[in-house]
Design a protein around this ligand. Structure first.
Ligand SMILES: *[C@@H]1O[C@H](CO)[C@@H](O)[C@H](O)[C@H]1NC(C)=O
Ligand SMILES: *[C@@H]1O[C@H](CO)[C@@H](O)[C@H](O)[C@H]1NC(C)=O
Ligand SMILES: *[C@@H]1O[C@H](CO)[C@@H](O)[C@H](O)[C@H]1NC(C)=O
Length: 199
């Protein structure tokens, strides 16, 4: 379809022309800022809830989630760009699990190449919606271009409550505790206390 733009200019309002332009140009996801802090409200597929302090830091090569489980423990998830991730809790009953992944932290433009699915209102915001490889559905506010929500294929849904571009987590917070480096304690059974066995 080819629009006769001079005719539109001559006979209709500027608004109509702008609508036509946005129909022609498919929006693409805004890359993540190199450093930000977001507070996330997360609904897990198990129907359990948690808050997460997400500290994304591309220059430092780390991505940190500090999860507050609803009426439960605080779980640290410190991911490094070399593929090593530390999952730990602090305190006397602290436990740790170290994992190694093939890929590092998400690239700022990890949504590049996503399929545009149109606009949708979610959490009360008019959003652009994209999906990528049936793995993630990503909602971005049309007005401010901030992320509003993303859902993973497994049903975990994250809702962005605050979004501070440029905020950096102090390095001291990302130091995994000594017991992460002690293989004797790095035992999966230690990760489950009696309380979590209730659910
Ligand atoms: C969490 O997600 C489930 C499944 O999508 C939904 O049924 C439930 O209402 C959600 N709970 C909250 C508190 O948002
Ligand atoms: C990756 O980096 C972290 C943080 O510097 C370090 O603790 C970990 O040992 C590194 N992993 C590998 C496989 O080098
Ligand atoms: C749970 O409590 C029982 C009895 O109090 C104890 O024997 C068991 O080791 C505990 N299990 C864990 C995983 O802490």
């Amino acid at each position: 379809m080819k629009l006769n733009l001079p005719l539109l200019w001559g006979t209709t309002s500027v608004l109509l022309c702008c609508c036509s332009c946005s129909l022609i140009q498919t929006p693409t996801p805004t890359p993540w800022p190199e450093q930000f802090h977001a507070l996330l409200y997360m609904n897990l597929s198990t129907t359990r809830l948690q808050m997460s302090d997400l500290w994304y830091d591309w220059p430092r090569g780390r991505n940190v989630n500090i999860f507050q489980k609803q009426l439960g423990e605080v779980l640290y998830d410190v991911e490094w760009d070399n593929g090593t991730s530390y999952y730990y809790t602090l305190g006397e009953e602290g436990s740790c699990r170290v994992m190694h992944f093939e890929v590092g932290i998400p690239l700022p433009d990890f949504m590049e190449g996503a399929e545009y699915l149109g606009t949708q209102v979610t959490d009360g915001f008019l959003c652009y919606l994209w999906q990528k490889v049936d793995f993630i559905w990503y909602y971005e506010d049309v007005l401010t271009r901030r992320p509003v929500r993303w859902d993973f294929y497994d049903g975990i849904s994250s809702h962005v409550m605050t979004y501070e571009v440029g905020a950096v987590l102090p390095d001291s917070v990302t130091q995994a505790p000594a017991y992460c480096f002690n293989q004797n304690i790095n035992n999966d059974n230690n990760n489950k206390g009696n309380a979590s066995n209730f659910f």
